[in-house]
Write a new protein. Sequence first.
Length: 286
Amino acid sequence: MIAYFNNDFLDKDLVRISPDDRGFLLADGLYEVLRSYGGKLFRAADHIARLNYGARHLRLPQGDFSYLVPVAEELLRRNGLADAEATVYFQITRGAAKRSHAFPAPQPPLTVYGQANPFDEQAMLRRLETGVAAITLPDQRWARCDMKTVGLTANVLANQAAHEAGAAEAILVRDGVLIEGTHSNFMAVFGGTLVTAPTSNYILAGITRKAVLELCARHGLPVELRPIFASEFHLAEEAMIVGTTVEVTPVLTVDGRPVGNGRPGPLARRLQALFAAEVGRPWPLG
Ligand code: PDD
């Protein structure tokens, strides 16, 4: 595999990241996961805008990462993924320096790493079709979930608990609100209206979430941006997780209890169809 590392394209096995890297020592860095559909990056500008937002709030000395779009395209090309279903991962850290909590002075060069991977679209399509189970867990993350930092310990533990419970995702609950998943945003349907949490410091402003909300606006589907309370969730007709790697996946059960009639609902199906058109995928599937 050919990776990108600090302005170079090289064999992944030859990448050498220092043990003093602040990403390794302190999770002092950001990441992004982009999806490529047949070689075409999905909403790359939105991913870069989110990375730039994170960089500003993390006070990284560099503000604009738009040069990573052609890097992503080059990674796809060099790995034979120019026509394939793939993801591109980028990670940027504050660089390598003697361990200290405060920023290193002088500031070392940032560590910028990227790789492209084939994406198992068939497995995802099966989950789009069948839907998945989710569980709820207390949100044990910090209060800056709007930054896509590599500090994912709470997400890792919650996602593992979901897997051990036979579920695909854990929906994190903070102050009685179903906030978002460990690697996806969460939406529910009440009275035919799509409801999802407004952006705040407690959720990641998902690119898929944004795309879905734009599709709703364009097609006259009613949306309400407000918290989804655990206490009202039994009234939800549908639920879904949305994200780069799950698109619009129906959630059929939460904590073992069926959502609505326990089958993928009409709004989820409609959004899947609209999303498919957006990414140039034939729909319905075979
Ligand atoms: N995660 N919320 C969280 C906590 C996430 O980690 C993600 C994405 C999302 C959805 O955002 P988007 O639509 O931009 O992918 C919401 C990526 C895919 C990951 O960690 O692998």
